[in-house]
Design a protein around this ligand. Structure first.
Ligand code: SF4
Ligand code: SF4
Ligand code: SF4
Length: 272
């Protein structure tokens, strides 16, 4: 049984990943169990439905380099549970909270589906469901971690590419792996999120091990930026200027929002 009071953490080790996507299935299944627990929604019924918005891990494939030196990467896109969650700060209905464990959680009952959280998120994470009119994202399995259990994605992973638990344990294991990979492959690796990323994101509770030179392909950019937060910082500068700035920001924001939607793997026709 793990320590109940400490902060919790999850790590995805890209070098140990087999691309079997059991983690994504484990996550989706766990969320259907939660649906039965919290909403009394029949689990036999839910497993026969798509319920895309309960898929909190999305594999994203990319290629980099030129033939014959092409690198194919499958990154896992999921919430990183920032210590400074821009999604939480912008939510107009206070539907997003940060638990003592560090998990950032959307309360479905308070969410009005405005999607401000997604626009503010430097990693473009919350998914909007046109079916329910609400936004969704990984909850760090806070209920499981608080009970001393591992996250569902960790339990499902056959190669220990995902591991979870007390912050001290996950950090130590991640640092050990980073040192080993750096030695074995003779190039730098990072446990992205152990150290502060920047002043908008802070540190992360769901960290990623990857080669530094391929950070972008693994969706862990060196300088993630939230457009709306940057705009808000500018607006804070002055009263009169703020009015004009707000108008300009609204225009830019709309363009950014449209571009994000068009490029997003979650894009669908209903959202446009
Ligand atoms: S990754 Fe995005 S959705 Fe997750 S806590 Fe950070 S800002 Fe919020
Ligand atoms: S921590 Fe839980 S909710 Fe988050 S991706 Fe893993 S299984 Fe899904
Ligand atoms: S379950 Fe583990 S090995 Fe399979 S895709 Fe997920 S992280 Fe990779």
């Amino acid at each position: 049984m793990q320590n109940q009071s400490k902060k919790k953490m999850v790590c995805f080790d890209s070098q140990a990943c087999l691309k079997c996507f059991s983690c994504a299935i484990g996550c989706s299944t766990e969320n259907r169990v939660r649906l039965q627990r919290d909403k009394n929604y029949n689990i036999e019924k839910s497993v026969s439905e798509k319920l895309d918005y309960y898929n909190y891990i999305t594999p994203v494939y990319s290629e980099t380099g030129t033939f014959p030196n092409v690198l194919a990467v499958t990154a896992l896109k999921h919430c990183k549970h920032c210590s400074i969650p821009q999604c939480l700060e912008i939510c107009p209905t206070k539907a997003i909270t940060k638990k003592d464990s560090g998990a950032v959680v959307i309360d479905e009952d308070l969410c009005v589906g405005c999607q401000a959280c997604r626009d503010a998120c430097p990693y473009d994470i919350p998914q909007y469901s046109p079916e329910t009119g609400r936004s969704y994202k990984c909850i760090l399995c806070y209920d499981r971690l608080d009970a001393g259990l591992r996250t569902a994605c960790d339990v499902a992973c056959p190669s220990v590419a995902i591991f979870s638990g007390d912050e001290d344990y996950v950090k130590a294991e991640a640092q050990k792996r980073v040192e080993n990979y750096t030695k074995i492959f003779d190039k730098p690796f990072i446990a992205y999120g152990i150290d502060e990323i920047n002043s908008q994101v802070g540190t992360l509770q769901y960290i990623t091990i990857a080669p530094v030179e391929n950070q972008d392909e693994y969706l862990i950019p060196k300088s993630p930026r939230s457009f709306t937060a940057t705009a808000r910082d500018v607006i804070k500068v002055g009263g009169v200027i703020a009015g004009a700035a707000t108008l300009a920001v609204v225009g830019l924001h709309a363009r950014h929002w449209k571009k994000n939607r068009e490029n997003s793997p979650f894009n669908n026709k209903e959202e446009k």
